[in-house]
Design a binder for this molecule. Structure first.
Ligand SMILES: [Cu+2]
Length: 342
């Protein structure tokens, strides 16, 4: 008996000693996810093996402005958010990663919040495991089985109201070999908003159930409450955009005026050949896509939902500013305002 105990002790000691001297890359890696604020994205994953990734996300109820980016028309609105922004932070993991997901609900919240991550294989996408009361924490763990760009959103009743108030974001599950290298990556997310009362009146607006049920948004916006930076590129660069649609109601006809998407991963699909040379791509409510394009000519390129009343009248507009040398072989004006004839 004593001999057996000694044997176990010696084996345990050897394993412990080996672990202590084992190179770091052989040990199961554990890392904290780098979150990014829209329109920026988390950096590409360079490691070649899965890891345990710890994600910490905080739900917050904040007052901010719903603002039309062209006209400047704005109202104060009571948002509910992940991380204080709409959309919530960009999260990036890799196929095979074990994700330890922590939800903290700020003590100042009035509502319980939670998360349904569309990248999860498991009941509710984590919704039941993450119902988090104000001032509390929850956590759950999941294995990233499918590559793609996925929406996450709050899943506390009444769920459409939590989504309408801004509780959504994107998580990228990179394929094992990663995505092709590009020069710039951006994160865009559309949402439709239903503030109560008449627009133009002063004062804080809350959510209008009636307008939402009728699907009559006052605002349709990209990155409604996020000042993480500008969309910029230089002539000759290839740009990748991860574009999500939080809804809760509308389907987006995503288009960039003056550009053609060289590559589209339709609805974020990976593992199938991507589509090429598309003008406008559909993004369902609670869906996402990835578009890539090379910018050839300098100027301002306008991102829109090409259901254009939403863009011009309700604010679904963002601008990608491209600088660099003119490229007259590709595009040049010939004549402006000349009278008569051709
Ligand atoms: Cu919520």
């Amino acid at each position: 008996m004593l001999r057996k105990f000694k044997g176990v002790f010696i084996i345990s000691f050897i394993i412990m000693a080996m672990t202590m001297v084992m190179p770091a890359h052989i040990q199961a890696a554990e890392e904290k996810a780098v979150l990014a604020t829209a329109p920026m994205v988390s950096p590409p994953i360079t490691r070649k093996k899965p890891a345990t990734v710890i994600v910490e996300l905080e739900t917050k109820e904040v007052v901010g402005q719903l603002k039309h980016p062209l006209t400047g028309d704005a109202v104060e609105y009571q948002f509910w958010t992940f991380g204080g922004t709409v959309p919530g932070p960009f999260i990036r993991v890799r196929v095979g990663d074990t994700v330890e997901f922590h939800v903290k609900n700020d003590a100042s919240s009035i509502q319980t919040h939670s998360i349904d991550i569309h990248a999860v294989n498991g009941p509710g996408g984590g919704a039941n495991a993450s119902q988090t009361e104000p001032g509390m924490n929850t956590a759950f763990q999941w294995l990233a089985l499918n590559p793609g760009i996925f929406v996450y959103h709050c899943a506390t009743a009444h769920i459409p109201t939590h989504i309408a108030n801004g509780m959504y974001g994107l998580i990228l599950v990179e394929p094992e070999k990663g995505l092709p290298k590009v020069d710039r990556e951006y994160y865009i997310m559309q949402g439709d908003f239903y503030p109560a009362g008449k627009m133009g009146e002063k004062g804080l607006k809350e959510f209008s159930w009636e307008k939402a049920q009728m699907e009559h948004p006052e605002f349709v916006l990209f990155n409604a409450l996020s000042a993480g930076g500008k969309l910029e590129a230089k002539v000759g660069e290839t740009v990748r955009m991860y574009v999500g649609n939080g809804g809760p109601n509308l389907i987006s006809s995503f288009h960039i005026i003056g550009e053609i998407f060289d590559v589209v991963y339709p609805e974020g699909s990976m593992g199938t050949p991507p589509s090429k040379n598309l003008q406008t791509t559909l993004i369902p409510a609670a869906g996402a896509t990835i578009v890539e394009f090379k910018v050839d000519v300098p100027g301002n390129y306008i991102l829109v939902d090409h259901s254009l009343f939403r863009a011009i009248d309700k604010g679904c507009v963002a601008i990608l500013s491209v600088t660099g040398d003119e490229a007259p072989k590709i595009f040049k004006p010939l004549k402006s305002g000349a009278p008569g004839g051709h």
